[in-house]
Ligand binder design. Structure first.
Ligand SMILES: Nc1nc2c(ncn2[C@@H]2O[C@H](COP(=O)(O)OP(=O)(O)OP(=O)(O)O)[C@@H](O)[C@H]2O)c(=O)[nH]1
Ligand SMILES: [Mg+2]
Length: 302
């Protein structure tokens, strides 16, 4: 499956804060056919950037302007040039060999491919019972308020078509970023599919997440977004339905170091008339320009 080529180009955005020791493991799992890797450095005090550049000569490095994973991802997404954007962590917990499952889900018609440790075939070596309970409760609240059927709200492995960045209109700094993406994707009526994913333990270093503080930020985000009025009528959210085989079944062999094979055309996803949320009206012109670029770019890639 590693050799499966896609017409659409794929960017992988990796937020990293002092992850020098983990990056060799993370980058080793990335498929050879990835078009671009964007590392968003959180002003690391270790050798994160030097190690990353040595591992991937073509790497794009973005230094975030504020603090927090949400800010890092937002700025990394803005810098990415691919038709598809995949977000993974730099701590070794997310396996790049699962990217094929996310990209396939998008190419087959989804707008947003949402990783889930709780979908059949997914799992976690890392999450504690307390965090798991908190995540499940936050997931339940989200499903009740937004009519979704998510199984895993707070998970950092997701992918989406870059043309939907305007609908997501991301504007948060912290670990609530995944929640914000999930609720705005639902409110925008995007077609959302869950992808089973297996989370591993962080390899080196310590987590930056504080369960109570960040859990409260997630809860506030869920409630605030629900209260937010939309400029246009909001489409009925698509149900999040696990649709792909177990993540383990999708794992290709270890990626080759050389460039990927020639690309074969795959059907581009259908154009969608995405309802725009009120906050999207404030998004910058850059996003609008990029969405136009993506629409043109997808069918042209060969
Ligand atoms: N650039 C940047 N990256 C960050 C920041 N905070 C966290 N990250 C990265 O975001 C990813 C996830 O952060 P973690 O600290 O592992 O937190 P988590 O995975 O949500 O929680 P755990 O399950 O406890 O590991 C890692 O790649 C971090 O290096 C930040 O402020 N800036
Ligand atoms: Mg982690």
């Amino acid at each position: 499956m590693t050799d499966t080529p896609f017409t659409a180009s794929v960017s992988v955005v990796v937020p990293a804060l002092n992850e020098a020791a983990n990056l060799p493991h993370v980058f080793a799992t990335l498929p050879a056919w990835i078009d671009e890797v964007v590392l968003v450095d959180g002003n690391s005090t270790d050798d994160t950037v030097a190690v990353a550049r040595a591992l991937r000569p073509g790497l794009r490095v973005v230094t975030q302007t504020r603090r927090g994973k949400g800010n890092a991802l937002t700025e990394g997404f803005a810098a990415a040039t691919g038709d598809i954007i995949v977000m993974i962590d730099a701590d070794g917990s997310t396996d790049g060999r699962e990217i094929i499952a996310f990209v396939t889900t998008l190419v087959e018609g989804a707008d947003f491919a949402k990783g889930s440790r709780y979908a059949p075939g997914g799992g976690s070596d890392d999450i504690s019972p307390t965090r798991s309970l908190g995540n499940r409760m936050l997931t339940l609240v989200t499903n009740l308020l937004y009519g979704t059927r998510y199984t895993d709200l707070c998970y950092g492995y997701n992918a989406f078509w870059a043309r939907h960045l305007g609908a997501l209109a991301l504007d948060c700094d912290g670990f609530e970023i995944e929640t914000l993406m999930n609720v705005r994707a639902a409110r925008a009526g995007l077609v959302i599919r869950e992808v089973p994913s297996h989370e591993r333990c962080r390899i080196h270093g310590v987590s930056n997440l504080h369960a109570v503080r960040d859990g409260l930020r997630v809860l506030r985000t869920i409630l605030r977004e629900r209260a937010r009025r939309t400029a246009r009528s909001v489409a009925v959210p698509s149900a999040a339905i696990p649709s792909t085989p177990a993540a383990s079944a999708m794992l290709p062999p270890a990626p080759a170091a050389s460039a990927g094979p020639a690309r074969m055309p795959l059907p581009a996803p259908p154009e969608r008339n995405v309802p725009v949320l009120d906050h999207a009206l404030h998004s910058g012109g850059g996003r609008g320009r990029r969405r136009d670029h993506r629409r043109k770019a997808v069918p042209e890639r060969a």
